[in-house]
Each structure stands twice: as C-alpha cells, then as structure tokens.
Design a binder for this molecule. Sequence first.
Ligand SMILES: NC(=O)C1=CN([C@@H]2O[C@H](COP(=O)(O)OP(=O)(O)OC[C@H]3O[C@@H](n4cnc5c(N)ncnc54)[C@H](OP(=O)(O)O)[C@@H]3O)[C@@H](O)[C@H]2O)C=CC1
Ligand SMILES: Nc1nc(=O)c2c([nH]1)NC[C@@H]1CN(c3ccc(C(=O)N[C@@H](CCC(=O)O)C(=O)O)cc3)C=[N+]21
Length: 271
Amino acid sequence: MLIEVKNIIDKIKTEISSLKEKLSYEPKLVSLVVEPDESTKSYLNSQKRNAKKYGINLEIIESSDLIDDLRKYNEDDSTDAIFVARPLKKGFTELDIAQYINPEKDVEGVSLYNIGSMFYEKELFVPCTADAVVKIIEDTTDVKGKNIVILGRSTTVGKPAALMLQRHGRDATVTVTHTKTKNLKEIAKSADILVAAIGKANFVDRTFVRNGMIVIDVGINVVDGMIVGDVDKGVSEICQLTPVPGGVGSVTTAILMRNVFRAAINKKGDL
Ligand SMILES: NC(=O)C1=CN([C@@H]2O[C@H](COP(=O)(O)OP(=O)(O)OC[C@H]3O[C@@H](n4cnc5c(N)ncnc54)[C@H](OP(=O)(O)O)[C@@H]3O)[C@@H](O)[C@H]2O)C=CC1
Ligand SMILES: Nc1nc(=O)c2c([nH]1)NC[C@@H]1CN(c3ccc(C(=O)N[C@@H](CCC(=O)O)C(=O)O)cc3)C=[N+]21
C-alpha cells in the first residue's frame, strides 16, 4: 500500500498561510545552481511551481563562482533565503557552503551553525529532505523505540535524518548503512522502518524487506525521462511505501517554501 502525504502537506500549507499574514511582501529565495543533474532539475521544477503557488519571489541563478555569490546574497538585504543545489562543481565541497552561507538565510539547514544546533537537538533550519522523512514517519507510526535502517549517509539526507530520528523525544534506534556495509539486505530486513536514500533506481526490491515494513523512498532518479525512486514499486504489495513522485519530494519542497517564510519573518524579528 502507498503512504499518503497529503495531510502532511496540508499542515505545512496552513503554517505557510499563517506565516504569510505576518509579511507585507513576497519573500525572495535565491537558488544557486552549479552542476544540475536530472534530479536537481526536477527539484528546480518543483521549486518554480511551488514558489508561484505560495507567493515566493524565486530567482534561480547559474553560479560560476559559488563563494562569491554566497558572499553577495548573504549581504543582499532583498534576499531572504539562499539554497545551493547539489551536485557541486569540482573544487567546491559541501563544507565550503556550510562555512560561507549566512545561517539566517540557510533555509536548507546546511550551515555549520544550523547543523551544530541540530546536533545539540535544537532544530532551527534542518535539511528539508531529512525533515520530510521524519515528518512522514511520525505521521505513519509511533517512532519511539522503533528500529530504523537508513540506506545512505549523505549530508543532505542520511546523516541528518539519522540524527533527527534518534533525538530525545523521537527515540528511534537508527542504523546508517552505506557502500561499505556488509550484509546490507539482512540489516535492511531487520528494520521496522527502512529509509532508502542512495540514488540507485529500483535498487531496493522485495529481497530487502519483510511483510508490513514501512519503507520511505527518498530516491529521485530519472530513467527514460521518468522519475523513479530507489525502491521497486513491487515492494508496495507487502509494505507501506511512499510514492515517487508524490512522496518525500513533494514534502521536501513544501518544507523549503515554509522555511523561506520563516527566514523572512526571522529577519523582521517577528518569530
Ligand atoms: N526526494 C527528495 O526530496 C530528495 C531526493 N534526493 C534523492 O535521494 C537520493 C540520495 O541522494 P543523496 O543523499 O544526495 O545521495 P548521495 O549520492 O550524496 O549519497 C548516496 C548515499 O548512498 C550510499 N549508497 C550508494 N550506493 C549504495 C549501495 N549500493 N548500498 C548502500 N549504500 C549505498 C552512499 O554510500 P557511500 O557514502 O559509501 O558512498 C551514500 O552515502 C538521490 O536519488 C537523490 O536524487 C536527494 C535529496 C532530496
Ligand atoms: N542542496 C540540495 N538539496 C536537495 O534536497 C537536493 C539537491 N541539492 N539536489 C537535487 C536533489 C533532488 N531533490 C528533489 C527534491 C524534490 C523533488 C520533487 O519535488 N519531486 C516531485 C516531482 C517534481 C517534478 O514534477 O519534476 C515529486 O517527487 O513529487 C525532486 C528532487 C532535492 N535535492
């Protein structure tokens, strides 16, 4: 069966409407793009559609000098929020972004300040996809004490999701796996909840799961022009599975939009 994310998105929409009432202008989001791959283009499509829907002034900029652009938009008072799309060009690392981006405009929660706050269980801005994964799991089941296996340890998804799920008050037991993990299928099968964030189309099939598991498919892979997840759709015959598209991706974008309003209001000191 497929996990419905509509009520999560409706909750975020309601939050955005109340935030909007505190703003007298369209907040501005600058999305810096370096080396867009298909999944990045899919995200930018989603950002364009949602920015129009929610009333955000979105500027997508091909960045030739990322650090220069970060400095420029950090200081530009008309810019409320900054997003830097991955993948990055050779020579730039995620640590560069973490160090240079203004934490108050860092609506993806990737800055040293926001990541550090999350580490100490104070979630200001957190990576939107990890936030989406947590929200979907919390909406689907009680997290406390559950065994959660995460496939992938990226800074955007795997690592922050693991930290957030084991936070006091959520209290999951989290196993993070990667390319060097041995017996991956056995570990995956031992989970109550499996999060797939590896970037390999249909990689997770029924040999990775047991009846009744909750499977969160973060994957956004473009195969023959179609968006497919990291999890084979056949898994939904025996598990609860988030759809791709229409699952984690759509919640991620809604959260990013909400964070833009939060950043603009923070700037005014109203939050
Ligand atoms: N829906 C959404 O909102 C979002 C979707 N995505 C999608 O999620 C997927 C993952 O993205 P992202 O986290 O940025 O990816 P990265 O490429 O940054 O990380 C992939 C992770 O998966 C691990 N991995 C790769 N292959 C295997 C394997 N065979 N077995 C176990 N682990 C493996 C890697 O391990 P190692 O560290 O050892 O290399 C790495 O940790 C992509 O499809 C991306 O498009 C990303 C962001 C948001
Ligand atoms: N710094 C950074 N953070 C990211 O979170 C990030 C990134 N870089 N680079 C690219 C990947 C990919 N990604 C997607 C998120 C949502 C959709 C999304 O909303 N997809 C819609 C369909 C969108 C469409 O119609 O094309 C859906 O799944 O329903 C897609 C892709 C975020 N990424």
